[in-house]
Design a protein around this ligand. Sequence first.
Ligand code: PMT
Length: 422
Amino acid sequence: MTGVNQSQSVIPTVTQRVLLIIGGGIAAYKSLDLIRRLRERGATVRVVLTRAAQEFVTPLAAGALSNERVFTDLFDLDDEREIGHIRLARDTDLIIVAPATADLLAKMATGQANDLATAVLLATDKPVLAAPAMNPRMWSHPATRRNVRQLEADGIHFIGPNVGEMAERGEAGVGRMAEALEIAQAAAHLLGGPQSAPAGPLSGRHVVITSGPTHEPIDPVRYIANRSSGKQGHAIAAAAAAAGARVTLVSGPVTLADPPGVAVIKVETAAEMLAAVQTALPADIAIFAAAVADWRVTTSANQKIKKTKGSDVPTLTLAENPDILMSVAKRGPRRPALVIGFAAETEAVVPHAQKKRKEKSADWIVANDVSPASDTFGGDWNTVHLVTAEGVTSWPPQSKDDVARRLVEQAGAWLAAHQTEI
Ligand code: PMT
């Protein structure tokens, strides 16, 4: 049920040359769609297929979709005479590696060049965008973590992987390749295409936002939830995108449309939300507007719990969920420059928010009253207090869209004043 959507109402334009290296993984089929997505945005796409990739997609299919010759072999003399791997590496504006398998990432991190794909990657002086795809255990293995850190330090850009079901039956977690539209948007952003994002105070910045509730399963048909509609979080995502930022919105289950120009990662549980946020980092700003369930059922039932006449009502044993805001706000190299949390309170709104700001190490807390009379949950209006280390500013009642715009404006001004770069 987890997935990534890219709103289509703004189509970023890629008017340049893209070299797409397709690695050998089941996600390779999505890279065929990526060729189409890049071309419909105006890009010229050349394709390199690794030997393993050819087990999943054929040069014929890649050639038909790209309308270009497909390259497969480092020692193809014709290729070397006509174009050569050095020219292939340089005669492009961006290289995309999708799927970037664990094996390809390891080779890239150690500078190997024993086939056409890796030789091109070693020879290039152009930006490289990697879209990893692998089993969650491979993704979390210390060797892969080490390789990714090295590649990030080398300036390689990453998109995903996302949370989701794997090709292997019953396996789920972080490791699913980003969707074609999401990769195309990241490509447009890297290429600085004229319509990749509107110019604005957050141009060149990455903002990660959580929104909506989380659903914590009790059994396959029941769950623990709360009343968040996602209106406030989605409004912030829309405002950040309108201010020129690249925006990743990690959303719990909501019925709202995806905000335009925003990469939306859809999750259900707090654990999935945490994984998606960690994957989306690094970011300049992180804003936590989601109403994350504080507890989950320790072990959710595999089958619907039956109501049997005469038997006791079931007892639910709860476990505490990870605190996503707190885990991101703690000191570390991947901490966003500005971490903003929300506080949903039904009494002593400001004092409780001040306490939360300190306990969770957030820079700012946006405090709002969520008592039933406030109509904050699900409503279109909000009355908030901005709590910072310097003090508290109470904003007048206004629409959630206006709260979002004002918050984004202040966050942009803060970043500009502090001249931070990720
Ligand atoms: O979605 P709407 O209907 O538009 O309503 C908006 C809203 C009321 C949900 C929103 O404005 C809001 O207040 N969001 C935060 C809700 C909340 O869970 O607050 P909290 O006080 O319980 O948590 C404090 C902060 O920690 C929040 O930033 C929350 O996202 C974060 N948190 C909480 C628990 C957890 N396990 N992980 C977290 O990251």
